[in-house]
Ligand binder design. Structure first.
Ligand SMILES: NC(=O)c1ccc[n+]([C@@H]2O[C@H](COP(=O)([O-])OP(=O)(O)OC[C@H]3O[C@@H](n4cnc5c(N)ncnc54)[C@H](O)[C@@H]3O)[C@@H](O)[C@H]2O)c1
Ligand SMILES: [Zn+2]
Length: 354
């Protein structure tokens, strides 16, 4: 078992523990208090984890349809009504049981229902275990784009059971690996107290061996995320580091009509960011080769057809991280560091497309 804490001491103490433990689901009673819990999950997870769900009151369990396409206002309204139908009160607590889609929506419902009730994250995908369950970003998609409506709202607790990854489809595991590999490239810029040397872990292990050390990997990633969030909860600066590869990735996802998964697109995006760094002279050829080889080793980055540079740039410009219509990019620097560059011109983007 591994424990850590996100320390957010503001007017009120928003700090919360993250517990990583195999078998947490079987011992969930040990982690719950004497209060009413409202569990939110989807139909797919509800089937696989019927046993776990049976530990919660059926009337206080809200099951939505599975899929990113249901991450919208209609589903939010459905959840809110179910919670109110079953008389949720301010002192009750919401449990988000699922991947990032469930976590983001359940968190948003918790932030707004009755002007805010407590919530707990029990993430069930690798992506949500290493990334989305920590940090308090909640929200949903609408016709203008992904996650454009939401709130910063921290959970009271994050309970991570690596055993649930056994039922996760391979494709989803690979998607989570995109974020995991991202952490390796930003590790030394996160301001964490520990150094995990994720690069070395990836050099030593093949992709099918990673599951054996997944607890260490999750611990490293959430520690890095916690460190960043503690310094910059609302993304005024440092938190942007977590977007390494993401500005490219969002464009790649959109252009592929979301056929390329987020994690895969992030890996392609990191490779492009490495190339941009190389062209700018921020990194040398050695680091560029080291970084691209590391990503290629796992063979997870998508084989992209020739990308249309103008389309990519258009999409990148409409990204919500763009300021004064200049493209800002997080670029890798040598030795597991990264930084924000706000002077990126279109030519550099074009030259960095792989
Ligand atoms: N809040 C944040 O900081 C943050 C960060 C990154 C991503 N996100 C959001 O997270 C979402 C993506 O999350 P995701 O990758 O977890 O996708 P997801 O929630 O859609 O889950 C992926 C698939 O795996 C299934 N699944 C989940 N757990 C399973 C398990 N243990 N066994 C079998 N199947 C399982 C789900 O039902 C779904 O079909 C996006 O909406 C993204 O915007 C949020
Ligand atoms: Zn991401």
């Amino acid at each position: 078992m591994k424990n850590l804490c996100v320390n957010l001491k503001k007017e009120t103490d928003l700090s919360y523990p993250i517990i990583i433990e195999r078998g947490i689901l079987d011992n969930i009673e040990n982690h719950l208090e004497d209060r009413k819990y409202f569990l939110i999950t989807n139909d797919k997870i509800a089937k696989i984890y019927a046993n776990f769900l049976s530990k919660f009151n059926k009337a206080r369990t809200v099951i939505i349809k599975d899929g990113e396409k249901y991450k919208n206002l209609k589903t939010i309204e459905y959840i809110l009504n179910k919670l109110l139908d079953n008389r949720i009160e301010r002192k009750d607590c919401i449990v988000a049981f699922g991947g990032g889609v469930i976590g983001d929506m359940a968190g948003f419902c918790a932030s707004s229902i009755l002007r805010g009730v407590d919530f707990i994250q029990i993430p069930t995908t690798l992506l949500s275990q290493v990334d989305s369950s920590v940090g308090g970003k909640t929200g949903f998609n609408n016709k203008h784009g992904k996650n454009l409506v939401g709130a910063f709202y921290q959970p009271k607790k994050v309970l991570i059971d690596p055993n649930v990854l056994n039922t996760l489809p391979e494709k989803e595991f690979q998607c989570g690996m995109g974020e995991v590999i991202k952490y390796a490239f930003i590790e030394r810029s996160c301001g964490a107290k520990e150094y995990f040397n994720l690069f070395e872990l990836f050099e030593k292990n093949n992709v099918n061996e990673l599951i054996n050390i997944i607890e260490d990997i999750i611990y490293a990633c959430v520690s890095l995320k916690a460190a960043v969030v503690e310094q910059d909860e609302k993304e005024k600066g440092l938190r942007a580091l977590l977007n390494l590869g993401h500005t490219y990735a969002h464009a790649i996802e959109k252009i592929s009509n979301y056929k390329i998964s987020h994690g895969q697109a992030v890996l392609a995006g990191i490779k492009m960011a490495l190339k941009a760094s190389l062209i700018k002279g921020v990194i040398n050829e050695n680091y560029y080769n080291f970084g691209t080889n590391l990503i290629d080793k796992y063979n997870l980055a998508p084989k992209l057809k020739k990308l249309n540079p103008d389309k990519i740039i258009d999409i990148m410009k409409s990204d919500k991280k763009v300021k004064n219509s200049k493209i800002n990019l997080i670029l890798p620097r040598t030795a597991a560091q990264a930084a924000l560059f706000d002077d990126i011109d279109e030519l550099l983007i074009k030259d960095s497309l792989i």
